[in-house]
Design a protein around this ligand. Sequence first.
Ligand SMILES: Nc1ncnc2c1ncn2[C@@H]1O[C@H](COP(=O)(O)OP(=O)(O)OP(=O)(O)O)[C@@H](O)[C@H]1O
Length: 630
Amino acid sequence: MVFTGDHQRIEQVARPGLPPQAVARIVLDGFDRHYALFRYGAQRAKALFESGDWRGIQQLSSERIEYYDTRVHECTTLLTAALKGSEASPSGASAQQSLTPAQMDFWQTVKTEFVALLAGHRQPECAETFFNSVSCRILHRDYFHNDFLFVRPAIATEYLDSKLPSYRVYYPAGLGLEKSLINMLADFGLAAPFSDLPADARKVARLAIHQLRLAIPGGAGLRLAPDCQIHVLNSLFFRNKGAYAVGRLVNQGTIYPFAIALLRTPSGHIQLDALLHTADDLSTLFSFTRAYFLVDMETPAAYVSFLNALLPRKPKAEIYTTIGLQKQGKTLFYRDFLHHLAHSHDAFDIAPGIHGMVMTVFTLSSYPYVFKLIRDRIAKEGMDHATVRRKYQLVKKHDRVGRMADTWEYSQVALPRARFSDTLLAELRSQVPSLLEESGDTIVLRHVYIERRMTPLNLYLARASDAALETAVKGYGEAIRELAAANIFPGDMLFKNFGVTRLGRVVFYDYDEIQHMTEMNFRRIPPAPNEEAELASEPWYPVGANDVFPEEFRFFLLGDPRVRAAFLKHHADLLEAGWWQACRERAAQGRIEDIFPYDRDRRLHVSNASHSRSSTSALPFPYPSGANHV
Ligand SMILES: Nc1ncnc2c1ncn2[C@@H]1O[C@H](COP(=O)(O)OP(=O)(O)OP(=O)(O)O)[C@@H](O)[C@H]1O
């Protein structure tokens, strides 16, 4: 539903006495417009994939992040104008003021009417969230409870689906696995030819049978059981240069989740690139460290419920987020979090690790997230709140390539004071007083970033065995390479700014100093004119604001002999300006590198030869042999 013509409707409804139902209608129209544009984005992603317009996909993903706030703003403005002068308008007096009993009645009725309008709606949970966003901009915080907002959902989404069901079914026991796969992939109706779908489907079928044999005790004589079926979500999942068919195979009552990665070759053909089937494969694909997918869904709840069965460890909040509905993700996160608080009694405390100069970070041991507040006084030259927020927003909109954690930004988060440790409370009062509001038993955080908790890499390395340390240092170098390939220079590459995830991936989380690679100037240190110059505290050469001397990395990164040995074994070239210059050059040419969320050995068309050192030139960007990701 679009807003064209709505101004006329507002005039009709903007007379004093605008009924609650009309207010509810304006909000729902606002949401419907948002969701129509959201779906249109996903439909465009398909066309962009088909034509290989990678820059277009990147731009779309980035722009889509703003859609929601823009629509909420638009709807709030519309509503405020429509309510102007009416008795219901809290802003008529002041949004800070208490509502009169009549106004309370009015706004409660708006909520009831909104629920009535949601009968038969396919995205009721997202519409409720939109209603909350608009209402929060109109009502005072005192009214942020279930009488006026959807603190709890009103409409159940279990078993909700579209007229056209969200997933399709194929029966390999009759048709054969290979043929079923061919039909399944052809049914996506991509407007680009497959290079050789039967041959690719054969490869995938063989791999699938092999995996089934491994999974089933005595599976050597595997037969597809009569109940064998493939369920595949109707829409492809698009992100960067990849498209993914996401589904599950059911055989003898057991569910085997899978995703098939599709790529477009430079000649414009579609190729199956990988079969992803383990729990870790799917966790990596749907990780919080990657950009959100573009998926055309009429009923997102049906997609989330399907995905939830494939990814049982992943909270629904994160699933909504990975499919681009990050506001719904935020709502669910907050509900889960309040529920967890009500069912736990441990205390918030300062996060383990080295304290940041920019952020005060705290956590709750029983909950796997950290809370980050920007310090009032930042002990870094030229750094202020606006810059920090800008950098975090940059990361939100950038492709995070599996190497940067996603953050959720919240304002006005009310938490029980009794749950804060004394040390943390003292730290917050001294470091972030402007973000803290203490009233009675509650502490309100005016602005906070919430992010998945990881083990800080410096702590991890300090207690790692030799083997684990080598793996982590290798992962650290790979993270730097992949960030650089995605045009991100981390700025501060100290180990304390990286974390290790549950799956052992090394991920960057300190964004205040990041810059684009293309803004940097990577230089070699010129030879010293004499010995005194070398010993002097000041460099003997001029240094520009964005000059970086990779030779110097060894001085602040490689003090520990174990770390040094591992780093030099895998990533010695990162200490050379030449590597960085080449990478910067590629970014400057506007190249979008291939960084896929699965290991090279999963690729169906990568021959063994390309795993050897001699073939590194075939790799898409300066990369050492043995690297996991291309
Ligand atoms: N996602 C996370 N998981 C676990 N610990 C974290 C996380 N984010 C931050 N921390 C902890 O908080 C510390 C400070 O966080 P962060 O690096 O974001 O702050 P900063 O002020 O920007 O740091 P710097 O002074 O390096 O700029 C980290 O060194 C780490 O110990």
